[in-house]
Ligand binder design. Structure first.
Ligand code: SAM
Length: 177
């Protein structure tokens, strides 16, 4: 994801499921430009780790703790929204995409990298879902593309790849102006 992002000094960025802040750490280390950077995650434990990881950086970061299905930010609040390795956890994925579309400025970009539920990984996904206390509902690249397109996004870049039996996809989606 870090290699794909295109950031500008005027960017207002939301990392919707920032976890322990690993991506933010990379962006800050490389002096990735931005005007506003919000790290959101509903898990207090994850956010606490992110705050600790980023404690030495001087650029101001905002931390919030909402679910992606219920994000309270204003319409057109962000120019870039990042959803990294978390979409499969969302219980109501269409509602999350609706919020992303609402909160992005026209022409803004949604970046998604997640598990791609194709091939043998369908079976792995089922097992992970059965064994995990969390909601696990990975989508195919195509399903996610259609969901985004139905909410005003144009697909600018996409990729699908495999790591052992694990499948991933990447999407760069631009909100129509
Ligand atoms: C595997 S971690 C990925 C964290 C980070 N993006 C990364 O790649 O290091 C998934 C994150 O999604 C968050 N998450 C789970 N359900 C969520 C939801 N409904 N809305 C927003 N975030 C959620 C979890 O708290 C967790 O921090």
């Amino acid at each position: 994801m870090f290699g794909k992002l295109k950031l500008h000094p005027e960017d207002e960025i939301l990392d919707v499921s920032a976890g322990t802040g690993l991506l933010a750490e990379m962006i800050l280390q490389k002096d990735g430009p931005f005007r506003r950077f919000v790290l959101n995650d509903p898990s207090e434990g994850m956010l606490a780790k992110a705050k600790y990881l980023l404690r030495h950086h001087t650029k101001e970061i905002e931390f919030t703790g909402h679910f992606s299905e219920d994000l309270p930010f204003d319409d057109s609040a962000f120019s870039q929204i990042i959803c990294l390795n978390s979409f499969h956890y969302y219980v109501d994925q269409p509602s999350a995409i609706k919020h992303f579309s609402r909160m992005l400025k026209p022409g803004g970009t949604l970046w998604i990298l997640d598990w791609n539920r194709v091939g043998l990984f369908v079976i792995a996904n089922k097992f992970i879902d059965l064994l995990s206390p969390e909601n696990i509902n990975s989508r195919t690249l195509n399903e996610t593309k259609i969901l985004c397109q139905n909410h005003g996004f144009v697909i600018k870049d996409e990729e699908a790849w495999r790591y052992r039996f694990w499948n991933f996809f990447f999407l760069e989606c631009k909100l129509e102006s």
